[in-house]
Design a protein around this ligand. Structure first.
Ligand SMILES: C[S@@+](CC[C@H](N)C(=O)[O-])C[C@H]1O[C@@H](n2cnc3c(N)ncnc32)[C@H](O)[C@@H]1O
Length: 278
């Protein structure tokens, strides 16, 4: 049971919407200045890498005691399938999946949207949590990765809830906005792609989510780097350094936006829940 005391950045995201992720993990172990934020790795592979908890042991404890024993069979299957995929670190972690499911059930969400599907872990988690006549408009720049998880989604009997829209999310959002029926329509929107555009998605999403509904932005702790100084960022992978200012700007913007209530939940890589007020 290892404890990581220096920053070890492992969470991976795509680059500039091109669906060509840089998945090389990096360590700052040789960095003379210890980082304030700690990101630890876990032994379970996919789904247990993304944590800002104090220790690997704590993350493993959460997963083994309360997440894996209750994880839906097809969610586990999809996670295992994704484990063979070269970009597997883009997968949402299982504890975040279970949190989203509970949250969706508590709010009785029926109409949802997801931006950034990858192999479909959070998509399947959502599809399992909403009612049989619920719908998810799911967007991704391409469908190839979803093919990895599609058999599990079908086996789970929830494929009929998914309306997949291929292409850049910004374009798909503009298509939805042209149709009045989607205004104030969504109970829940999960945003997990294209980090440098989150702030540009925001005004569009606020028109599409209903008053009282939730827009959830993933990765708002950005590998723990939101707490690092410029000097501490030196030596981290380029994609981590590239997106950090966008996430910092987003976090500042959301904290000051009077149209929403917010809570930055420190699960996975951080997810900020925004409740539309007006
Ligand atoms: C972090 S992954 C999504 C992970 C997924 N939510 C899960 O739970 O496993 C990000 C996805 O966003 C997609 N993507 C990147 N840029 C995009 C864009 N501009 N519009 C739509 N999807 C995009 C990528 O192809 C990738 O599949």
């Amino acid at each position: 049971m290892a404890t990581t005391t220096e920053a070890e950045v492992v969470t991976v995201k795509h680059t500039n919407g091109s669906a060509k992720p840089d998945i090389s993990p990096a360590s700052t172990k040789s960095d003379p200045q210890p980082a304030k934020a700690t990101v630890v790795t876990g032994k379970h592979g996919t789904g247990s890498e993304k944590t800002i908890l104090q220790s690997v042991g704590l993350m493993e404890y959460i997963l083994e005691s309360s997440v894996y024993p209750r994880e839906h069979e097809q969610l586990k299957e999809l996670r295992d399938e994704t484990d063979k995929h070269p970009w597997k670190k883009m997968l949402s972690p299982a504890d975040e999946g279970s949190f989203l499911q509970l949250f969706l059930r508590v709010m009785n969400a029926k109409n949802t949207m997801e931006i950034g599907v990858y192999t479909g872990y959070s998509l399947l988690a959502t599809a399992l949590a909403i009612p049989d006549d619920g719908k998810i408009i799911a967007m991704d720049i391409n469908r190839d990765c979803l093919n990895v998880g599609w058999a599990s989604i079908e086996k789970a009997g929830v494929a009929h809830k998914i309306d997949f829209r291929e292409g850049p999310a910004m374009d798909t959002l503009d298509v939805l906005l042209k149709d009045e029926k989607y205004h104030n329509h969504f109970d829940f929107i999960f945003v997990d792609a294209d980090k440098d555009n989150y702030i540009n998605y925001h005004p569009k999403l606020l028109q599409l989510v209903r008053v009282g509904g939730i827009v959830a932005y993933d990765n708002t702790l950005w590998n723990g780097t939101v707490a690092l100084s410029e000097e501490e960022m030196v030596g981290l992978p380029k994609y981590v350094r590239h997106y950090q200012p966008f996430i910092l700007e987003l976090n500042k913007f959301l904290a000051a936006d009077p149209r929403i209530d917010i809570s930055l939940v420190s699960i996975g890589d951080g997810v900020t829940l925004c409740r539309r007020l007006v």
